[in-house]
Design a protein around this ligand. Structure first.
Ligand code: TGC
Ligand code: FAD
Length: 393
């Protein structure tokens, strides 16, 4: 008997009224898909540490890959609130599902669209948008995580192609990806973006095993051993670290919405449980200590919902700054972590089982709070923005 997903979205400040009819329709479509296709299966995939590969084509069909990319390249031509709502609903199901979509849309399609030429756009974007191809994004290296400016992966000129050498670690989607957007240093030391395809000689993608977090998402390495990459695969329109960081801005924005989906799922689960679970002759929701947890959860979720909505408006107007995006990513991760932790306690022993989604969300958040810039890095970005002092170095 498949599990029934009873999720009801908390909307304490009637934020639905800030959305257009199209936004609500997009949100409800993705929500219905998650209820039907993700909730019944995701716990088992996570327990088995297996990536549900069949969802890639479904995500493409739903329009979750590159929703803000123009329609002429297979994207959705939608605004940033629509994109945020999609990520919220996907992560309500599982952070790994949202990760698959964020990487494909923000970290693979976006750089090909923003930094690629017409030929590259037409060759790759429609296949990525439909889910025919899966992509991954290689920035992090074994010895260079928070500080990608020190990367050692490199390219050397070899006529009509370059020779790519080095390795990337912790790469979402890598084991299943047909295409990798990879960042490497050229002979002048300038960081360049390249499109590397599966099958190129010397390119391998070993799977990373043993994760306790994001278990339904495939993570791997990218290993480059003298890979001949045609010069036609170099992204021509960006040079330097601002290339990958520009992609991260889009993905971090999606995470700011997404993690609230996970928080909303746990709040909703805990609220329903508190009304059904009887102890000392009363529903546990009738005890002040449990009400305090629920009241604080909904307060923090509501504040974060307002923040991401406003950020979405600024994104649509082209006025959102990287530092504002950092603040929202950090705040949403923290909100989600705290909400999930309280929700887990409220379910007592049941909170640690796969009968409920809470423990899976909790473990997932440990990755989400680390990737796309750690919690500390985002705090330092805010610190630098408000004081003018760089505390990174
Ligand atoms: P810095 O000197 O500050 O900046 C270099 C150039 O980049 C520009 N820039 C940005 N541009 C767009 N968006 C942003 N967010 C930007 N941040 C900076 C900046 O203006 C400058 O431009 P220019 O023209 O002057 O050259 O660089 P830095 O080396 O001092 O580094 C700053 C720092 C630490 C904030 C940055 O390195 C950083 O964000 N580190 C964190 C690394 C990170 O987030 N890695 C993520 C890897 S991908 C990933 O985790 C995917 S998970 C996917 C999933 O499964 O969902
Ligand atoms: P480190 O940079 O070694 O940081 C270790 C600790 O030191 C952290 O607490 C950090 O906050 C702290 N620290 C570092 N520098 C400073 C400083 N200046 N001041 C104060 N504290 C500091 N990367 C990709 O490129 N593509 C992907 O698809 C991708 N997917 C991922 C999926 C998963 C499941 C995970 C876990 C990671 C993924 N990453 C990916 C990598 C991720 O972005 C990095 O893990 C992250 O940026 C942190 O790098 P690190 O793990 O090397 O930690």
């Amino acid at each position: 008997m498949p599990k029934q997903d009873l999720f009801t979205s908390p909307d304490y400040f009637l934020l639905d009224e800030l959305l257009t009819e199209e936004h609500r329709m997009i949100r409800d479509t993705v929500r219905a898909w998650v209820k039907k296709e993700i909730s019944p299966i995701i716990e088992d995939y996570a327990q088995r540490a297996e990536f549900p590969q069949h969802i890639v084509a479904q995500l493409g069909e739903l329009g979750c890959f590159g929703p803000t990319v123009p329609e002429q390249y297979g994207g959705g031509g939608l605004d940033y609130i629509s994109y945020g709502l999609m990520m919220q609903e996907l992560e309500r199901g599982d952070s790994g599902v949202r990760s698959t979509a964020s990487v494909q849309g923000s970290l693979v399609m976006y750089p090909i669209y923003a930094y690629g030429n017409e030929e590259q756009r037409h060759k790759y974007l429609p296949k990525l948008a439909s889910g025919e191809w899966l992509g991954c994004f290689g920035l992090t290296e074994p010895d260079h995580g928070s500080d990608p400016s020190s990367m050692v992966t490199n390219i050397k000129d070899a006529g009509d192609h370059v020779l790519l050498n080095g390795a990337k670690l912790w790469i979402s989607n890598a084991p299943f990806a047909q295409v990798a957007v990879v960042w490497a240093r050229d002979e002048e030391g300038v960081i360049r973006g390249l499109i590397v395809e599966r099958g190129m000689e010397g390119f391998s993608t070993p799977t990373t095993h043993g994760k306790w977090s994001l278990r339904a998402s495939a993570t791997g390495e990218l290993v480059f051993d003298n890979v001949k990459v045609p010069k036609a695969n170099i992204l021509p329109n960006v040079k330097g670290l601002k290339g990958p960081l520009g992609c991260l801005s889009k993905a971090r924005y999606g995470i700011a919405w997404g993690t609230l989906g996970a928080a909303m799922d746990c709040y909703d689960t805990a609220l329903r449980y508190s009304q059904q679970r009887m102890q000392f002759g009363k529903p546990i929701g009738a005890f002040q200590l449990q009400q305090k947890k629920l009241a604080e959860m909904i307060t923090e979720i509501t504040k974060a919902q307002l923040l991401v909505w406003r950020l979405g408006v600024l994104m649509n107007e082209g006025r959102a700054t990287p530092a504002q995006i950092s603040m929202a990513k950090r705040n949403s991760c923290e909100t989600a972590k705290n909400v999930i932790s309280d929700a887990r306690q409220m379910l007592g022993g049941m909170g640690i089982t796969g009968e409920y989604p809470i423990m899976r969300h909790m473990m997932n958040l440990e990755s989400v709070i680390t990737y796309e810039g750690t919690h500390d890095i985002h705090l330092l970005i805010t610190g630098m923005d408000i004081t003018g002092y760089n505390a990174f170095k």
